[in-house]
Design a protein around this ligand. Structure first.
Ligand SMILES: Cc1ncc(COP(=O)(O)O)c(C=O)c1O
Length: 390
C-alpha cells in the first residue's frame, strides 16, 4: 500500500518514551534542548511581527515563481552587507529551508543519486534526501581542538552518483564554520567532478566572536554551482513565518540553466504566501535588534556552562558559532544512557550525540538558547550527577 520511502521506524526512542512517561506523571522537566526562539523569550514583539503584514500590496496576487521582487531585493541587500553580490533573479523564496533543500535535490539528483552530508550534523538530512529518493552519504568532521572536515573521508565517500556536497556553516550542532581552506578544497572537488555545493547558512549570523572572515557567506561564490540556503527562522528568530530562500550562484554556463530549471520547480508549487513574502523586508530588518539579544543569551549560557563544568569531568568542545553546545562526558556510559540518567534522575532533558550521528560515544548536545534560569539549574544538576557517578 505504501511507498518504500515511508518505511520509517516510528517506534519512539527510549528518551522520547522516558519523556512521555515523566510528563504523564506531571513531573517537571528542565528542557535544555529548546531551540524554538518563540519559546525562549527571544521573539520580536507581537506588534513588530504583525505590523509588517500591513503591506499595501498584501491583498493582490501576482504569481512569481521566485517570490515577490521586493522580498528578494531585501535578501540581496542582506547579502550585500556581507560583501556578497547576488541579484534578485538569483534568489528563490521558499517556505522553509527544508523546502529549499527539496528544490535543490530535485534540480540536481535523479532517484538513487547521492548527496554528501557532514557527520555529525542536522538529523533531518536523511529524511530530506529520502523523501526525494536521493541517498545521503556522510563525510566526517573530525575534532582536534576544533572541528575540521575529514578530507579523506569526503574523498572516499564521493562516487559516480554524487551530485552535491552539503555544508552547514556553522554546523549544527558542532558550531564549526567551513574555513577558507576547506571552502577552496570543496570548490575544487565540485569543479572537478561537476557537482554542486549546497551551503546551509541558517546560523551564519551567530558567530560567537567578531571574526567576519570566518562567517563569510557562500552566496555569490562563482567557482562552482553553489546554492546558499537560509531563512528568517533563525536570522530574525521567526520560525513561525515560514520564509526561507535559495541564493544560487556559479559559472554562467551552469547558473543560467540552473535558474531556468529551478524556476519551473518553484512555479509548479508557488508555495510561498505573497503577503508573508511582502512582509519579509521588515522582518529581515528585525534581525538588527533580535540578533544581539540572541548572541547575549548564547554567551550568558555558555559562560555559565563553562563555570559549572570547570571543576568536573565534563568538557565543552570548542565551537565558533550557532545555538548549541557539545559536551564530552566520561565514557562510562553511552550517550543515550547519560541522557536517560539526566532525564530520569535529575529531570533534565538533553540530546545524546547519537541524535546527530557523532562517530563516537560520549557526546551530549545542549541548546544555548534555553532560558537562563532553566539552563543554570540544568547544568548544575548535570555537573553534579556526573561527579556522583565517577
Ligand atoms: C542546519 C539547519 N538547517 C535548517 C534548519 C531549519 O530551517 P527552517 O526552519 O527554515 O526549515 C535548522 C533548524 O534547526 C537547522 O538546524
Amino acid at each position: 500500500m505504501f511507498a518504500a520511502r515511508t518505511n520509517w521506524s516510528l517506534e519512539p526512542n527510549p528518551l522520547s518514551k522516558a519523556l512521555a512517561e515523566r510528563r504523564s506523571r506531571n513531573l517537571a522537566v528542565l528542557d535544555l534542548t529548546e531551540t524554538n526562539p518563540t519559546c525562549c523569550g527571544l521573539s520580536p514583539s507581537h506588534e513588530e511581527i504583525l505590523g509588517a503584514l500591513e503591506h499595501v500590496r498584501a491583498s493582490d496576487y501576482q504569481p512569481d515563481a521566485h517570490g515577490p521582487l521586493a522580498a528578494r531585493e531585501a535578501v540581496a541587500a542582506y547579502y550585500a552587507e556581507s560583501g556578497a553580490r547576488i541579484k534578485p533573479e538569483q534568489i528563490f523564496l521558499t517556505t522553509s529551508t527544508s523546502e529549499a533543500y527539496s528544490y535543490v535535490f530535485r534540480l540536481l539528483a535523479d532517484p538513487g543519486d547521492q548527496i554528501l552530508v557532514p557527520r555529525p550534523s542536522y538529523p533531518l538530512f536523511e529524511f530530506l534526501a529520502g523523501l526525494d529518493d536521493v541517498t545521503s552519504a556522510a563525510y566526517d568532521l573530525r575534532y582536534e581542538s576544533g572541528w575540521q572536515i575529514d578530507r579523506e573521508s569526503l574523498l572516499a565517500r564521493a562516487g559516480e552518483r554524487t551530485r552535491a556536497v552539503l555544508v552547514v556553516h556553522p554546523n549544527n550542532p558542532t558550531g564549526s564554520f567551513v574555513s577558507r581552506e576547506e571552502r577552496e578544497f570543496l570548490l575544487e572537488i565540485c569543479r572537478a567532478r561537476e557537482i554542486a555545493l549546497v551551503a546551509d547558512e541558517v546560523f551564519r549570523d551567530f558567530a560567537w566572536s567578531d571574526n567576519g572572515r570566518q562567517a563569510a557567506t557562500h552566496a555569490g561564490v562563482a567557482d562552482a554551482l553553489t546554492f546558499t540556503l537560509s531563512g528568517l527562522s533563525k536570522i530574525s528568530a521567526l520560525p513561525q513565518m515560514k520564509l526561507a530562500w535559495i541564493a544560487a550562484s556559479g559559472p554562467p554556463e551552469l547558473l543560467k540553466p540552473a535558474l531556468e530549471r529551478l524556476e519551473v520547480i518553484a512555479d509548479t508549487y508557488l508555495s510561498v504566501s505573497p503577503p508573508l513574502a511582502l512582509a519579509a523586508p521588515r522582518w529581515l530588518e528585525l534581525r538588527r535588534a533580535i540578533q544581539p539579544r540572541i548572541l547575549e543569551r548564547l554567551k550568558r549560557n555558555r559562560d555559565r556552562l563553562d563555570r559549572e563544568i570547570a571543576v568536573s569531568a565534563v568538557t565543552r568542545l570548542n565551537a565558533a558559532g550557532g545555538w548549541y553546545a557539545v559536551l564530552r562526558l566520561p565514557g562510562i556510559k553511552s550517550d543515550e544512557d547519560w541522557a536517560l540518567a539526566f532525564l530520569k534522575e535529575e529531570g533534565v532533558l538533553t540530546h545524546p550525540g547519537q541524535f546527530y550521528d557523532f562517530s563516537s560515544d560520549g557526546h551530549l548536545v545542549l541548546s544555548l538558547l534555553t532560558s537562563p534560569e532553566a539552563f543554570e539549574e540544568g547544568v548544575t544538576r548535570i555537573g553534579r550527577a556526573v561527579q556522583q557517578r565517577l
